[in-house]
Ligand binder design. Structure first.
Ligand code: PMP
Length: 450
């Protein structure tokens, strides 16, 4: 990464990343002409890969018709069609879609709608939210209050809302005791959640919020079987809502349109984003149950949460075409097929690796966790910044992947998240694992564990 002069405030204020100047399917093209295999779609965004002709054509068509109209005055054809596609298909299910510009906004909307719903129902005491440690729900202050990612929260702690509390995540690799069965682990987590409701007062809790498959904070962690059924039952029994954050794991990423379909439950409110528009336009959405929306409709009549770019027509047109393409080209079948191949290759390459403690995921959403000591599941010292070394080595070898750091308390090791585009070929999957393997070994060598 070159230290060139820039007026853009990049994530790192010390390094300016190279410019991306083009894209082609699973490939990104850097300014020096290098082709980089995009194995994580940025942060699980680019589900159709780059420059998909159908989506580009849909954007051009909408741009030449109407780029923007404020939702205080108008709806638009693409917003209406996109909502029709996403919700209203099952009685009692999610009935409405509220389109925003990204994941954090979708979470903010979810939190605020849950709160407003209870006020309008005449239960104003319900103002508390229970979330989990090792979770990420976005970087705005409400979403950050919900998240349990310690390093992201720390600097802003005084600004975060005390209305959020956190329970143990369903992260079996680190949280399940060795002498505990999976069912026992689920029962313990359910008991902890129940105890948290009791501690707060069950009639003060508005919602429990969780990612069905944890993404950025822990590296593709699905919950053990039965966990979400327990969670759903506890929320329902206490009259609280279940908000599922599918910003990263949703929209086909795990092999079903929604990850919760594989848990045999459904949420009251859901946040989606990345795979919705596949990166072609900034868009996210809150999906909400008919009961909730009808309560607000029959009460004050308006959700008090407008943004200037709500249901942006160009963004909705792009997302609509992304979703049409996924279904026309039966890409969820591809997610399942290539997902099985990716799992297999990861097991072959890292299953016996001395420093890979866990390989986990679903569909085309996989993570590997690096450990200094496999037997004790002991992470590397975070000061080594192993994840950053892996990222750099991978990039130098022509692979973009999404690594995150471990924690000093040993609750999570360095890990790498993979989320290839749904259009990846079998050859692409093999190449991803081959390049990742070389990067991991080179980074381990760097820190004296080669
Ligand atoms: N929730 C989850 C689960 C996410 O992974 C993210 C982004 N990584 C967000 C919320 C926030 O989304 P955005 O960055 O689009 O605001």
């Amino acid at each position: 990464m070159a230290a060139t002069r820039t007026r853009v405030m990049h994530r790192s204020l010390r390094e300016t990343p190279p410019k991306a100047v083009g894209g082609e399917g699973v490939w990104l093209i850097a300014e020096d002409g290098r082709r980089i295999l995009d194995s994580s779609g940025g942060a699980a965004v680019s589900c159709l890969g780059h420059q998909h002709p159908r989506v580009l054509a849909a954007i051009a068509k909408q741009a030449s018709t109407l780029a923007y109209a404020h939702t205080g005055f108008f709806s638009s054809e693409p917003a209406e069609e996109l909502a029709e596609r996403l919700v209203g298909h099952e009685p009692g299910g999610l009935g409405y879609a509220y389109f925003v510009s990204g994941g954090s906004e979708a979470i903010e909307a979810s939190i605020k709608l849950a709160r407003q719903y209870f006020i309008e129902r005449g239960e104003p005491k319900r103002a508390r939210f229970i979330a989990r440690r090792q979770s990420y729900h976005g970087n705005t202050l409400g979403a950050l209050s919900a998240g349990g990612n310690a390093w992201r929260r720390e600097p802003y702690a005084p600004l975060l809302s005390p209305s959020f509390s956190h329970v143990t995540p369903a992260f079996a690799y680190h949280e399940k005791r060795d002498d505990e069965s999976e069912a026992g682990f689920v029962a313990r987590l359910a008991a902890e959640l129940e105890a948290e409701f009791q501690r707060l007062g069950p009639d003060t809790v508005a919602a429990f919020i969780a990612e069905p498959v944890v993404g950025a904070t822990a590296g593709c962690v699905p919950a053990p079987e039965g966990y979400f059924k327990e969670v759903r039952e506890i929320c329902t029994r206490h009259g609280a809502l279940l908000i599922l954050d599918e910003v990263m794991c949703g929209m086909g990423r795990t092999g079903t349109l929604h990850a919760w379909e594989q848990e045999g439950i459904s949420p009251d409110i859901q946040a989606i984003a990345k795979g919705l528009g596949g990166g072609y336009q900034p868009i996210g959405a809150m999906l909400a149950s008919g009961t909730i929306v009808d309560t607000v409709r029959n009460g004050s009549g308006a959700f008090q949460h407008g943004h200037t770019y709500l249901a942006h027509p160009l963004a909705c047109a792009a997302a609509l075409e992304v979703q049409r393409t996924i279904s026309d080209e039966k890409l969820l079948d591809k997610v399942k097929e290539r997902g099985r191949q990716l799992e297999q290759r990861l097991i072959e390459r890292f299953g016996n690796h001395r420093h890979v403690g866990d390989i986990r995921g679903r569909g085309l959403f996989w993570g590997i966790e690096l450990v200094a000591d496999r037997a004790r599941r002991q992470p590397f010292d975070p000061k080594l910044k192993l994840h950053q070394r892996i990222k750099s080595a991978a990039f130098a070898g022509g692979l973009a992947c999404y690594p995150s750091g471990g924690t000093a308390d040993g609750q999570r090791g360095d890990h790498v998240l993979l989320a290839p585009p749904y259009i990846a070929t079998s050859g692409d999957i093999d190449m991803i694992v081959e390049r990742l393997g070389a990067a991991v070994d080179s980074a381990l060598k760097d820190v004296g564990h080669g």
